[in-house]
Design a protein around this ligand. Structure first.
Ligand code: KE4
Length: 428
């Protein structure tokens, strides 16, 4: 009841009652939940119900909710002032640590969100190459900067059309949207527009159409094509940065982009983003260079303290193998349960990221992902919620396992999924 009343009140003073659209539960129906606290893998609703959380604030909480050392770093820092708008020693430490953990990253600029990091990366690319066009991939989400709110145009070689009111068609026309994993499509666009392509931006593991991985050779292909055409390759690692290893995914697979966007985990749950890359490119940023970028709270000491505590713990504890094992066990377990229930499911996983697509696999593009039965996902979401498990409220997002989820949590998830899948199977 409390969540219902809170949502009614919220809708009077916040558009759609939410501060970010996906929280409104429009994809799964029902009343959005309101959370009052979290600890480890668990969250508590306004009604006092405890849920095991597999959304993890959309990725930042790889160490679980309210990790003691992160909270203490926030408290200790905030007690000495929350913001100065003046340089602080911790910003230097954070930039040095990120450049140390991500070889190929010579310089970093801290901002306040993933969107800001992407917006800055695109402006750097355009300023550095003196070109205008960008290539992005269908199904990838890079935050809400205008030139990324674009969907595929009528033809591969025509620029995009805006996917949001308020984005001008001229802006949209400068972004080409091609299918994920389709190198030929990228080559086609470069053949026609190569000398005006400033950058190609991609999520190296896609997390915004559900979990979709690249096919072998695809990312190296992008690296080669962009290098040949003197365009920049941008890896949007807002999700994948420090998710699969105490570094970037690019480092893990040995492909160095020209620019990397970071966020989520590097802030330990506090607002943060970062853009980093090779020194000769990054030096174009003001006050050194001609590309302007600024921010009142950029490098905020409290956010940086939370991020530093998180990164140091990840470097020390390296929870990744256990998280990956749990991801594999969960994905295999629910796939088997779906088979037993006679429901189509393809559940890819990498590290602690997973998406139960309610369709046959493989899913290598947005077109594939759209074959998933979103109604069945919605029923699964609510069935699991009724059983005390919180999943992302959309078929086209990614579930996250943290370092605090235990083996018994995973076994419990699989058992509950088994009974929910039987319950929701459409009766003949
Ligand atoms: P933020 O501006 O939300 O910090 O980051 C934007 C962003 C950039 N790049 C990637 C790959 C992202 O996934 C995101 C944001 N992710 C979504 C969920 N997949 C945030 C949740 C929301 O929008 O409410």
């Amino acid at each position: 009841m409390k969540s219902k009343k809170l949502f009614e009140r919220a809708k009077k003073v916040i558009p759609g009652g939410v501060n970010s659209p996906v929280r409104a539960f429009n994809s799964v129906g029902g009343t959005p939940v309101y959370i009052v606290s979290g600890s480890g893998p668990r969250i508590k609703t306004a009604e006092g119900t405890e849920l095991v959380d597999y959304c993890g604030s959309w990725g930042p909480l790889i160490l679980g909710h309210a990790r003691k050392e992160v909270v203490e770093a926030i408290q200790e820092t905030a007690s000495k002032g929350t913001s100065f708008g003046i340089n602080t020693p911790r910003e230097v430490e954070m930039a040095e640590l990120l450049c140390d953990l991500v070889p190929g990253l010579d310089m970093i600029r801290l901002v306040n969100s993933g969107t800001e990091a992407v917006m800055t990366a695109l402006r750097i690319a355009r300023g550095f190459t003196n070109r205008r066009k960008i290539i992005k991939f269908e199904g990838c989400y890079h935050g809400h900067t205008d030139s990324m709110l674009v969907s595929a145009g009528s033809g591969l070689l025509t620029g995009g059309i805006s996917s949001s009111a308020g984005v001008s068609k001229e802006t949209a026309a400068e972004t080409f949207v091609v299918p994920y994993n389709d190198l030929n499509a990228v080559l086609e666009v470069f053949k026609r527009h190569g000398n005006d392509i400033a950058a190609v931006i991609i999520e190296p593991v896609a997390g915004n159409m559900g979990l979709v991985q690249t096919v072998p050779g695809f990312l190296q292909g992008l690296r080669d094509i962009t290098a040949r055409n003197k365009s920049l390759l941008i890896f949007d690692e807002v999700i994948t940065g420090f998710r699969l290893a105490p570094t970037t995914y690019g480092r893990v697979i040995g492909i160095t982009p020209d620019l990397t966007c970071l966020g989520k985990i590097i802030g330990g749950g506090m607002p943060i983003g970062a853009i980093g890359g090779k020194a000769d490119i990054m030096r174009i940023l003001a006050p050194l260079g001609s590309v302007y970028q600024a921010g009142t709270l950029s490098g905020n000491p409290v956010a940086v303290a939370a991020g530093l505590a998180t990164l140091k713990l990840l470097k020390k504890e390296k929870p990744y193998p256990t998280i990956a094992q749990h991801g594999k066990k969960l994905a295999e377990g629910i796939t088997q349960a779906a088979r037993k229930a006679g429901i189509k499911m393809f559940c890819p996983c990498i590290g602690g990221m997973f998406t139960p697509f309610f369709c046959d696999g493989p899913v290598t593009s947005l077109a594939d992902a759209k074959k998933a039965d979103t109604k069945t996902y919605a029923a699964f979401f609510h069935g699991m919620l009724d059983n005390g498990i919180y999943l992302p409220p959309s078929q086209f997002e990614v579930g996250f396992i943290s370092a605090t989820h235990t083996d018994s949590d995973i076994i419990d998830f699989i058992e509950k999924a088994g009974s929910v899948l039987i319950e929701i199977k459409p009766k003949k």
